[in-house]
Design a binder for this molecule. Structure first.
Ligand code: KG4
Ligand code: ZN
Length: 359
């Protein structure tokens, strides 16, 4: 019998609900996928305002869940389990999605599954491209930036992560200083098309240091000071700054990827699989740099379709489905954790399976 899982995502500025099933291949398994982005609510602030995000989630969550059922032509009774992001993310938003999921599960007597948002990003390529385990993954979004070895469900090793800001945050904040609307990444990419990527030389964060941790706050500050000195920058200045910022972020990601490549475990090296995901993976220059880098080294590179690289609930429903198929569910007393790390393995999820831990 086909199994259906509802997923709910509210950890940042997307209110999303989706239903996935265990039959079919690739994106066929997505029965419905509704995402309402709050770009307009945050447009004036150059970033997500947690209080505004929580209020918008509270207003939107029930209509979005209704739409997900409507688009799937299903009623809650037909669902097998209900999954929600329980962290990491902005606490107000996470609580709203999690409580909506627990309430639906209680009312309709369905199992509840607590999903780590990062696990959604890390596993969605298995839904879209049937990527097999293990693989090396770079998750690069507005809130996160990390290199991970992915061995299976709830089975990760963190190779490196940002010490301060994510790459998406640097795109968004510099765009804001330049007077470009939120989210900044796509705007910077557009302006960079007419810009000179060599005009301003900026120091590459952590270049030459061992490990594959990342850092973007220094780059953000350097560009902010440059823009303040220009006040106001001309259109050509904006294009050139955009091109230099995009190049700086791409250079930094590739510089750290070289170390990640050298550090990865033999099983990952043998798998020859690399996955690039998160909102910043939408950037064509960054995609091309990673494609060249990994293909030169004999790796196959996968990137989910853009709508599934960005925040969405299909990835949460997908992870929920995987847990449900292993009969792993969570108690209604499960607490939201705004700093939930992917490598924190929960004992209750560890026991049903015999799996080697690498953390
Ligand atoms: O994954 P995502 O939708 O949400 C988070 O979990 O953060 O990523 C959003 C981030 C934003 O910082 C946005 O500026 C960035 O992804 N982004 C881009 C592009 N499209 C979105 N950054 C660079 N180039 C793009 N084309
Ligand atoms: Zn995300």
């Amino acid at each position: 019998m086909t199994k259906f899982v509802l997923g709910i995502e509210t950890s940042c500025d997307e209110t999303a609900a989706a239903i996935v099933c265990d039959e079919g291949r690739g994106t066929e398994r997505i029965v419905s996928n509704i995402v309402r982005t709050q770009v307009e609510e945050h447009a004036d602030y150059g970033g997500v305002v947690p209080e505004l995000a929580a209020r918008a989630h509270a207003d939107l969550i029930l209509p979005i869940i209704q739409q997900a059922f409507h688009a799937a032509n299903l009623v809650p009774e037909k669902i097998d389990a209900i999954a929600a992001t329980c962290g990491p993310g902005l606490m107000g938003g996470v609580l709203i999605g999690m409580i909506a999921a627990k309430t639906l599960a209680l009312v309709h007597q369905k199992p509840f599954i607590a999903v780590n948002h990062l696990e959604g990003h890390a596993q969605v390529c298995c839904l879209t491209d049937d990527v097999e385990f293990p693989y090396l993954l770079l998750l690069v979004s507005g809130g996160h930036c990390q290199f991970l070895e992915v061995y299976g469900l709830n089975h990760y090793r963190l190779l490196g992560e940002t010490l301060d800001d994510s790459a998406g945050e640097a795109f968004d904040k510099i765009a804001h200083f330049l007077g470009l609307p939120y989210p900044g990444g796509p705007q910077i990419e557009r302006m960079a098309l007419e810009g000179d990527p060599e005009r301003f030389k900026m120091p590459l964060p952590l270049k030459g240091r061992p490990g594959c941790d990342l850092s973007f706050s220094g780059l953000k500050t350097a560009f902010r000071i440059l823009i303040q000195k220009m006040a106001p920058p001309s259109e050509q200045d904006i294009n050139d700054i955009s091109a230099c910022l995009q190049k700086g972020i791409a250079d930094s990601l590739i510089d750290r990827a070289k170390n990640a490549f050298a550090m990865m475990a033999p099983e990952i090296r043998q798998s020859r699989r690399f996955v690039l995901t998160g909102g910043v993976a939408a950037n064509k220059i960054i995609q091309k740099r990673f494609k060249d880098f990994f293909e030169e080294r004999g790796f196959q590179i996968f990137s989910p379709p853009l709508s599934l690289c960005m925040d969405n609930a299909a990835m949460i429903a997908w992870v929920g489905l995987k847990y449900h198929l292993q009969n792993i569910h969570h108690d209604f007393s499960f607490s939201a954790n705004p700093r939930w790390k992917l490598t924190e393995r929960r004992r209750e999820d560890r026991e049903p399976k015999e799996e080697r831990s690498v953390v």
